[in-house]
Every structure is written in C-alpha cells, then in structure tokens.
Design a protein around this ligand. Sequence first.
Ligand code: SF4
Length: 234
Amino acid sequence: MRRLIRFAFDDVRPADEEVLTRMGMPGDAPVAPAVRTLLDDALEKIAALAEPRGVFQSISKADYEMVYRGEGRNAAESPLELIAPRAEALALFVGTIGENTGKEIRTLFRKDDPALAMMLDAFASETTNRVAEALSRTFLHELHGQISAAARVLPYSPGYCGWHVTGQRALFAAIHPHDIGVTLQPSCLMTPLKSVSGVLVAGDAAVHRFRPQWAFCDECRERDCGPRMASVRS
Ligand code: SF4
C-alpha cells in the first residue's frame, strides 16, 4: 500500500497553545496583546503559504529492520527495537508543508522582523508535526478491519530516541518521496526544511508502551514519549 495525500491547512493546523509552548511560553499563561497579534499574523501567513502533503508506504517487518539498521549508527538499545516487532502493521512515511513558509521565514529575518519570523517558524514546525499525525490517522483508516479495534498509529522519526539521523538515507532509498517534492541533503537535513520522516507503527497501547530509561534519555529535553503513550490509552 502506497498513498500520497494532500491535506487542507485546517486538517493540520496546530492549536495556538502548541505554537506558544514551542515558543517557550507556558501553555496556561495569559497571551499579551502583542503576542496575540504575532500569532494571528503568523496564522494568516501559514494558512496562505503551507502546502501540507505526505506519502506513506507499507513495509514488512523484515524490510523495516533493514531500513532501521541504516548505517549501523543507532543506539545499542532503543524504543523502536521493542515496539516495531510487536506492531500489527508498519509503514514508512515522509511529510512536508512545502518550501513557501520557509522562504517567508527567511524573508522576515532579512526584513528585520525576527519576532514574526520566529512565531511563523514555531507555527511551521508544529504544523509539520501535525502532518505526521494526519498521515498516522490516514494509515489507521486504511487498515480498518485488518488490525485490532484498539490499535492506534504513532509516528517515530530518525534523529530521535536512539534512531540515528543517518537512518534517513535508507528510509529515503526505500520510499522515494520525490513525488511530494522532498529530498535528502548529504547532511541528512531534508529539503524543504519543514519536513518529517519516519515509520508509522500500528498497535494497541501495549505495543507502544516502554520505559524511557536509556542513556540518551538523560539528554532529552522534549520527553514527549509519555504524552504520546498516554494518547494511545485514551
Ligand atoms: S525520554 Fe526522550 S529520548 Fe527517551 S524515549 Fe522519551 S522522548 Fe525518547
């Protein structure tokens, strides 16, 4: 199964609180009028500029293991080594919001408007994350009737949780996301920059559960594995 999907911006629009949290503001703090204006201006820009789209492609566990191994630079142990073998289905994915928003961010910095540039950058990053979630929902929908009713799909990406960022080379070689306009630079940065890649894992709460107790967790600032596992329970 391979699916290429173009999303409407409203399908992947992040909540204001998520954007403000990415900017470093407490989610429950009152929003100052100047910040509200920046948020509204950034929303107007990204709604006009974003071209959210993505592709996913089913993969067998044996083929996934080859992709995950990549160039042999992953952590000795990682969440995906526990999760993937328990999965009910797997798919590689790449998603993006396109080039235009990134160009506008650079233009705003050049025009000496860093506040709006940073707000738009935060909006763009959160919207890119929502593309991965929208692809997860679509994969789950496509699997309806083939997996357990309790199963949910979560995205896992190279560069996080022990999966080395160089793993993107094997991933891109397997999925070839040229049809959504995403390429991989020698540094393993994606172009457009506001893109996301990884594996979609389908399974119930037990499949996605693990204890974050690896050495690399000590340096993790996001620590978003807890809320992600909780989202599968609810
Ligand atoms: S603590 Fe951070 S690095 Fe460790 S599993 Fe959770 S999200 Fe990944």
